[in-house]
Design a protein around this ligand. Structure first.
Ligand SMILES: [Zn+2]
Length: 445
């Protein structure tokens, strides 16, 4: 990319002339002006970020080679130590935070508690008038037992590996954008708080309350999930919830006493078919997927235990109670049967993220920053949920795809487009600078 010379000028700065007017975009009372020459600070920071491309790639490779599956506590601890070492250069105050264990239902239908890794908080300039919450997760969907472990350069542009895009690339983008910011003498500088959590890929069961509490100190959040392969950002996101139905019946000999048995498998099967029928009457965009069933044993025994595991997606907050009520009613129906006991566990861990006016204003501001980098940024909705859902539900303006471009996430084809590391670090830098200076953004603040 051609180096662009950028200036950030205060409102009413009449000394900025009208040449290059076409390339100039107003941000309230402040704007970047392409081609201006009287302030090279930002231009030199952007050049510095371009020069960090190899260093950024090196760090993505190193972090992707540390297995940090959500349940791999040793790997997460190793990653946290390495990440902490790199982020120390920013000069913020670092705190490691223990999380409560995640609650889940095992194959015997019992509630079990699984320990989680730690979260990292880093705070800089907490008293600055303009502060931004920066968040991304440390974990990946690939545990140590997963066959996909290798990081591999596919070609000049592409790195394939577990977590290279989701979200270790985003972690590197965040780090380098802040390194550029912190080495600058731009003023005013925004305050920032980083929250890195170890359990996003399993629905943030331990860090969810921490995210919500942290959100209470902020108005704006940037999350570093990967942007889409074509560079688009994500606007609205569906909400997501996981539910587990545990049904206990009565065991009996399938030959001698079949009539005395009460089949838990039949009950779960009926629950699923009823739910499937019902979901066709739910509002458009609401889906309920039974992803796993467990139960039974020897085929000559009427099974006394069966478990169904469900994922629910919704598009509007008002759909959440409708879906929850439907699930509960169907479970209650099973409980009215002779010899059958049903328990429903779980809930909506990620509320739907609608594109409210403040988040839209933030997206538009980031798009305008992108124009200064010759990026034509668009956004589109996604069915996938992220921690951005939770932060938006807490009232923040959120853009959650500030990470590099990548795709085939959660599969053994996961890839990162390498040259977008610098691209998105520059975009993040411009966004932070703009947020710190834009006192005209009443809507955002
Ligand atoms: Zn992710």
């Amino acid at each position: 990319m051609d180096p662009v010379v950028l200036s950030v000028v205060g409102g009413g700065a009449a000394d900025v002339e009208t040449h290059n007017a076409e390339a100039r975009h107003r941000f309230g009372r402040l704007y970047f002006a392409v081609g201006m020459h009287h302030n090279n600070d930002i231009a030199s920071l952007l050049n510095w970020l371009d020069a960090q491309q190899d260093e950024m790639l090196r760090l993505v490779r190193r972090w992707a080679q540390i297995n940090s599956g959500s349940h791999n506590l040793a790997g997460l601890a190793q990653l946290i130590a390495d990440v902490q070492g790199e982020f120390e250069s920013l000069g913020g105050q670092i705190t490691l935070i223990d999380l409560p264990p995640a609650q889940s239902i095992d194959s015997a239908g019992n509630v079990v508690h699984q320990p989680l890794g730690q979260a990292i908080r880093i705070v800089k300039r907490p008293d600055a008038p303009r502060r931004v919450l920066l968040n991304i997760h440390l974990d990946t969907v690939y545990g140590p037992e997963h066959p996909f472990q290798q990081v591999q350069r596919l070609d000049d542009r592409t790195l394939r590996g577990p977590g290279v895009a989701d979200a270790k690339g985003g972690l590197v983008v965040m780090l380098f954008a802040l390194r550029a910011l912190e080495q600058s003498n731009l003023a005013p500088q925004p305050g920032w708080e980083i929250l890195l959590n170890p359990d996003e890929e399993i629905g943030s069961p331990g860090s969810g309350p921490l995210l919500t509490a942290t959100a209470g100190r902020h108005r704006i959040a940037l999350c570093f999930e990967p942007s889409l392969p074509d560079g688009s950002l994500v606007g609205a996101r569906k909400g997501s919830g996981n539910f587990t139905l545990v049904v206990r019946g009565r065991a009996a000999h399938a030959g001698r006493d079949f009539h005395l048995g009460r089949s838990a498998i039949v009950a779960v099967a009926e629950f699923i078919t009823r739910l499937h029928a019902l979901s066709r009457q739910l509002p458009e965009g609401v889906t309920i997927n039974c992803g796993r069933i467990e139960g039974g044993g020897a085929v000559n025994v009427v099974p006394d235990l069966a478990i169904g595991r469900f994922n629910v997606r919704v598009t509007e907050p008002a759909q959440v109670p409708v879906v929850e009520r439907s699930l509960r009613e169907l479970a209650n129906e099973l409980n009215r049967r002779d010899g059958i006991r049903a328990e429903l566990h779980g809930g909506m861990h990620a509320p739907p993220k609608t594109l409210d006016p403040r988040s839209l204003a933030l997206l538009e501001m980031i798009r305008d920053c992108g124009r200064e980098l010759n990026l034509d940024l668009k956004w589109q909705p996604s069915g996938g949920a992220s921690d951005g859902n939770r932060l938006a539900a807490a009232g923040l303006a959120v853009v959650d795809t500030m990470g590099p471009r990548g795709g085939s996430l959660h599969s053994d084809g996961e890839f990162l487009l390498i040259d977008t590391l610098a691209e998105r670090a520059k975009l993040t830098l411009l966004t932070l600078v703009q947020l710190a200076r834009s006192d005209a953004f009443d809507l955002l603040w």
